[in-house]
Design a protein around this ligand. Structure first.
Ligand SMILES: Nc1ncnc2c1ncn2[C@@H]1O[C@H](COP(=O)(O)OP(=O)(O)OP(=O)(O)O)[C@@H](O)[C@H]1O
Length: 517
């Protein structure tokens, strides 16, 4: 861009990302700028972005990003910041073609900034009533507006809809998904007599899945460690008639390995705080269990593990999990905790292992009792490996490290199977409507992750996110621009970063990993 003296621009700042500035001299290769604090700085013109003139700026920011004169990164961030300061956490992005044609939004985008504080006035019944049937864009941007537009599109066009909730860990995806489900059960629910209606079951499946699939991470006290796609089915009258949850990529490694200040899955701490039930399974404080005491964080701020246990039990009741099944679920959790406390020491034979001491023998017996299996069989499973050969099977002893690896592998597999079983149970209990031909799908998968040590799990998560990003690019940039062309709208082509290269590289790495593994 050609900048002239007096032009308002954004310039990069080490601490604040971008700061507003005004050009005071542009004769050299670098332009001279005066920033807000009165300081003069030099910058290359290609590093600058044009900025709306101060007098043009609306005090509280704009509710639709396309209203900005300059739609660039600093302008977008500044607008979000100004709205956030007034607790306006939602901003929409209404594509031009949609505005011109006044048609049902096909690709409506809502940006939500996590308020990290409760804003009950934004989500009460009164708000839901306001957004019900309101033309998109008439009221302030809101997650209910997106849910409403997809509901109406589904009803008017008779076509299923999808809502993709995306963002990095802690951005607010799960909360947003819950609000969408809450709104859809509001517009598509029946007058509830008892609390086991389909919509109530759909909503109550959330706390249940969270108890078993969420954990504290460094970024989020209630981080979903799995992805989920919730399909809500509707009948011809627009009433909810069934639902199905599909889950992806549960983080299995967390069951056996955690670092401070993270936690294992919530359900373990809830069970330890359950009083009589914990006693029955010979559990105690989480600090007594290896799978929980690798981190010293046992409690979450403002959360009572005992109360959460009761809530999980109630959610199980509502979802339709019998008391017998509930008992089996918690028995399995207790077995996993006892199993984790089994330690090994070298056996008499070379490279073999035995249960270390009396304490470990107790936990081994407990695990076997709770798994309802033979303790010697369980021991043999952990301390030996059976290799099939043409001549028959050979039993090979395992050293202590390998026995620990077997123990952890068993714990991870049992937990993952339990989680899948729970999801199946929810689906069977809530029920699917075979006659439903329309549904709204809400996808909430965990966002990009980059830790100090990244495992194959991070690779899979990030790969899935790249795929979604490409889907977004495809729909928001490519298809939208095709539509502009078709409708002969005058616009300038938008350059965007195509992530196809990243996907190709990931696919290659994935293939290599598979052939290695
Ligand atoms: N709309 C909201 N209103 C109030 N608080 C919110 C809202 N959205 C998010 N939060 C707060 O932020 C926390 C993190 O949000 P959430 O669990 O939805 O993030 P996420 O994007 O799903 O993270 P992850 O990928 O780790 O699962 C919530 O526990 C809640 O405290």
């Amino acid at each position: 861009m050609n900048f002239r003296k007096g032009a308002k621009v954004w310039v990069e700042d080490k601490h604040l990302a971008w700061v507003p500035a005004e050009i005071t001299d542009c004769r050299g290769k670098q332009v001279q700028l005066q920033i807000g604090s009165g300081k003069t700085v030099l910058a290359l013109p290609e590093k600058l972005f044009p900025r709306d003139a101060d007098e043009e700026e609306e005090h509280g920011g704009v509710d639709d990003m396309t209203k900005l004169t300059y739609l660039n990164e600093p302008g977008v961030l500044y607008n979000l910041q100004r709205r956030y300061a007034l607790n306006d956490i939602y901003v929409s992005l209404i594509p031009l073609a949609t505005q011109v044609m006044f048609k049902i939004m096909l690709r409506s985008i809502l940006i939500a900034v996590n308020p990290f504080t409760k804003l009950p006035h934004l989500y009460n019944v009164h708000m839901m009533e306001q957004y019900k049937g309101a033309p998109f864009g008439e009221l302030s941007p809101h997650v209910f507006a997106v849910a409403d537009v997809s509901y109406r599109a589904m009803m008017n066009e008779g076509r299923s809809q999808s809502i993709l909730v995306s963002g990095e860990s802690g951005a607010g995806k799960t909360e947003t998904t819950k609000l969408i489900m809450q709104y859809l059960t509001f517009v598509g629910g029946r007058a509830a007599g008892d609390d086991r209606t389909v919509e109530q079951q759909v909503l109550e499946s959330n706390p249940l899945l969270e108890a078993f699939g969420n954990a504290r991470t460094v970024r989020n006290d209630n981080s979903s460690r799995f992805g989920k796609f919730v399909e809500i089915q509707f009948d011809a009258n627009g009433r909810i008639s069934g639902a199905a949850v599909r889950t992806y990529l549960l983080e299995r490694s967390r069951v056996v390995q955690i670092t401070d200040p993270e936690r294992n899955y919530h359900c373990f701490y809830q069970l330890c705080a359950s009083g009589k039930d914990a006693e029955k399974f010979k559990l105690g404080h989480p600090s007594h269990f290896h799978y929980l005491n690798q981190s010293k964080t046992y409690d979450l701020e403002g959360v009572s593990n005992a109360e959460e246990y009761m809530k999980t039990r109630r959610a199980m009741d509502i979802v339709g999990i019998s008391h017998e099944e509930q008992e089996a679920i918690f028995r399995t959790l207790a077995a996993i905790l006892h199993l984790g406390n089994v330690e090994f020491s070298p056996g008499r034979e070379h490279d073999s292992s035995v249960v270390k001491d009396q304490k470990s023998t107790f936990h081994m017996q407990m695990a076997a009792d709770l798994f309802r299996c033979d303790v010697n069989l369980l021991l043999a499973t952990l301390c030996t490996r059976t290799i099939q050969t043409r001549e028959g099977s050979i039993v090979k002893a395992l050293d202590c490290n390998a026995a620990v690896a077997s123990r952890d592998a068993l714990a991870k597999t049992v937990y993952a199977r339990l989680f899948d079983w729970l999801v199946d149970k929810i689906n069977i209990s809530v029920g699917q409507d075979p006659n439903s031909c329309v549904q709204i799908g809400v996808l909430d998968i965990y966002g990009f992750e980059c830790f100090k040590h990244n495992s194959f799990e991070q690779f899979c998560i990030n790969f899935a996110n790249e795929k979604l990003q490409q889907h977004f690019n495809e729909h928001v940039f490519k298809m939208e621009q095709d539509e502009y062309k078709k409708e002969e709208i005058n616009w300038s082509y938008i350059e965007f970063i195509d992530n196809q290269d990243v996907l190709d590289l990931n696919a290659e790495t994935d293939r290599d990993n598979c052939s290695l593994g």
